[in-house]
Design a protein around this ligand. Structure first.
Ligand SMILES: Nc1nc2c(ncn2[C@@H]2O[C@H](COP(=O)(O)OP(=O)(O)OP(=O)(O)O)[C@@H](O)[C@H]2O)c(=O)[nH]1
Ligand SMILES: [Mg+2]
Length: 220
């Protein structure tokens, strides 16, 4: 159906334009923004919960949480110390887009924030197609998902700036071949910075926090 292609292109280019506006707005306010993507249950919210207290003395962090239906994750981010936590219910959409982030930014006083963590909808396909205007895209993979995911979802692994490998505490119990996983990642995204860690034990979180701090630009 050739006539479908231009329509998709127009939607994506409209999204790209608004994403640029979002980025300008974030830059003007000196807010470093990260788009966290992952499959459902990989540990995006857990990572946010572990990250916020570790940054509390250095950065003020707002969270935007994309979810199909609930406000569970924004409530968790609030409880973990987010300066502001905004929930976006996508009403069935499997990803966030630049329009949704634009609306969320309107609910945040960016002058009081140094960093924005955006939790995308749990999905390894759709979020990869929609830029939001964040400065970095991070994929949160997790050990129980299996070591074949880079091979099966190349688009997601190809487009990110960093990779968290969560739930490494489960490595002794799951047949996850780290070498095979890393080989798949390297083929798609050579030299990609990776953070093997556990949100349960805290192992490996320091390197992730250091990476955020290196990239952020606190206002005061
Ligand atoms: N063993 C172990 N469990 C973890 C770890 N991180 C998260 N979990 C568990 O994994 C489950 C899902 O974690 P969430 O943080 O809610 O995952 P999510 O990616 O935000 O999920 P959605 O928002 O529903 O897509 C929860 O039961 C967490 O307790 C970890 O490092 N180790
Ligand atoms: Mg979540």
């Amino acid at each position: 159906m050739p006539e479908r292609i231009p329509v998709v292109e127009r939607i994506l280019s409209a999204n790209d334009k608004l994403a640029e506006e979002n980025k300008s707005q974030l830059d003007a306010a000196q807010v470093f923004a990260v788009n966290l993507m992952a499959s459902p249950g990989a540990g995006k919210t857990s990572l946010i919960e572990q990250t916020l207290p570790r940054l509390a003395e250095k950065l003020r962090v707002a969270v935007v949480d994309g979810d199909i239906a609930t406000s569970i994750d924004a409530d968790r981010a609030s409880a973990a110390g987010a300066t502001t936590a905004v929930q976006i219910n996508t009403g069935g959409e499997c990803h966030l887009d630049a329009v949704m982030l634009h609306q969320a930014l309107g609910q945040i006083d960016l002058s009081t924030v140094d960093m924005l963590l955006v939790e995308n909808v749990g999905n390894l396909v759709c979020p990869a197609s929609f830029v939001l205007g964040t400065h970095k895209s991070v994929l949160v993979a997790s050990v129980p998902e299996g070591d074949d995911k880079p091979y099966k979802y190349p688009g997601m692994y190809r487009g990110v700036d960093a990779l968290v490998i969560n739930k490494v505490d489960l490595l002794p119990y799951i047949d996850f071949k780290m070498d095979y996983f890393r080989k798949g990642v390297e083929a798609l995204n050579p030299g990609l910075v990776t953070f093997p860690l556990s949100c349960r034990t805290g192992e490996g979180l320091e390197a992730w926090i250091d990476w955020l701090l290196e990239n952020a630009n606190p206002k005061s």
